[in-house]
Ligand binder design. Sequence first.
Ligand code: HEM
Length: 213
Amino acid sequence: MNWLLDIIESSIGKKLLMALTGLGFCVFLFGHLAGNLTIYGGKDAFNSYAEHLHSLGPILTVAEIGLLVFAMVHILSGIFLFWGNLKARPQRYVINKSAGGRTIGSRTMPYTGFLVLLFVIFHLMNFHFVDKTNTTIFQIVQNAFSDPIYVGIYVAAMLVVGIHVSHGFWSAFQTLGANHPKYMPLIKGLSICFSLIVGMGFGFLPIYFLFMS
Ligand code: HEM
């Protein structure tokens, strides 16, 4: 078990945990977006997708527990790394200055991460921990997005998710060692594409409900 403690205690170990759990979330986001796109097929298509998902029973429960564990590991590693950086502020300044290439995404990671956490709690209260008797998941989503305030919150949140992912995606690859100068432009390009797909793909759904459904 010592090796596990070593990983958790070292800074690179925490970065590795963040990278792996972060990439896990990217896979989840991709799957979640693909599922949500059935909304465009109408209420029967979306309800049937949700029913299929729930019919997975114990497999879904295991996946949900996995997501929760990933979230806790990601958040705790992030807090400890942020805290460690704050304590080492003078060195960090020197390192940052020489590293260069800082983007809005990289500078704001802890803050966008915190906002994404607030969004996920709000989101689960809207759609997951709700009374689903005598209604359908389509109806629940439609009700929420008939309110322009909810639509505004969701669209703003998707902007934040997009910014967080735009840095997190390529940074995770870099941490995992894929930082060869030859592949970095490709990974950065993929990262921008992925964040645009996630931000716009999710962000357009509430707007669609407000104006078109
Ligand atoms: C417009 C955008 C989105 C819509 C319409 C949407 C829709 C939904 C719905 C309907 C559910 C409940 C499924 C059910 O219990 O049957 C759900 C669950 C969930 N969503 Fe979203 N979602 C959106 C964006 C996001 C984003 C951006 C994230 C992450 C940053 C996210 C994370 C989750 C999580 C973690 C769950 C719980 C999964 C589970 O326990 O099965 N969602 N979403």
